[in-house]
Design a protein around this ligand. Structure first.
Ligand code: DX5
Ligand code: ZN
Length: 216
């Protein structure tokens, strides 16, 4: 199998929130491809992180595409605001809304690239009906909510299965993986296109860790 070039999306959840511009610049200079932004509402997940105003400020200083991961209930209430704030990719969770298809269409109409994610306990069959509508499928390899958790190797089977389906149907949909990605766990992710990494990139030499993930 030919080596699949990988994009790396450092997750600023592991950055210093008092120095976001500085940290964003550091991972950009170190070879990051996208900036992954985790939005949490304290309902869909237990944690609360950042919202629209911060995305708007990040957009002003980022040279890289903003990959915004919404872990919020009823995302339809906020997608317009996040697209206006500058989200390039905007990913919702299939479990977070009654009508994922309509929200994905809404994101595309607003001018951003729609993405869909699923929790580890959600079966792949729940996202398959939407594959033709999206530019990105985000496979969670930890329970969403916090950085620094351990990778769940059993979730890698979803990546293999998605690769098969996306290649067979020749769909324009990138496979992204999020949670516990590091130099050890990356061996399970050969078929992914985009790797999110928070603690691994921010707690180590940025350039070396990004390079390691790209070459794995
Ligand atoms: C978790 C977030 C992740 C998180 C990953 O809910 O979606 O993006 O930042 O952090 P690490 O890479 O430390 O597991
Ligand atoms: Zn994320």
């Amino acid at each position: 199998m030919a080596l699949r070039p990988k994009l790396i999306a450092p997750s600023i959840l592991s950055a210093d929130f008092a120095n976001l511009a500085r940290d964003l610049e550091a991972v950009t200079a170190a070879g990051g491809d996208w900036i992954h932004v985790d939005v949490m509402d304290g309902h869909f997940v237990d944690n609360i992180t950042i919202g629209v105003p911060v995305v708007k400020s990040l957009k002003k200083v980022s040279k890289l595409p903003l990959d915004v991961h919404l872990m919020i209930e009823k995302p339809e209430r906020y997608v317009e605001a996040f697209v206006k704030a500058g989200a390039d990719y905007l990913t919702i969770h299939v479990e977070s809304t009654n009508n994922p298809g309509a929200v994905l269409d809404q994101i595309r109409q607003l001018g951003a690239k729609p993405g869909l994610s699923l929790r580890p306990r959600t079966p792949l069959s729940d996202v398959l009906p939407f594959l033709e509508k999206i530019d990105l499928i985000l496979v969670m390899t930890v329970e969403p909510g916090f950085g620094g958790q351990s990778f769940m190797p059993d979730q890698a089977a979803k990546v293999t299965e998605l690769r098969k389906i996306i290649d067979e149907k020749k769909l324009n949909c990138l496979i992204e993986v999020d949670g516990g990605v590091n130099d050890k766990t990356v061996v399970h992710l050969k078929e992914a296109d985009v790797l999110v990494a928070g603690s691994y990139v921010f707690q180590n030499d940025h350039r070396k860790s990004i390079e390691t993930l790209k070459q794995a």
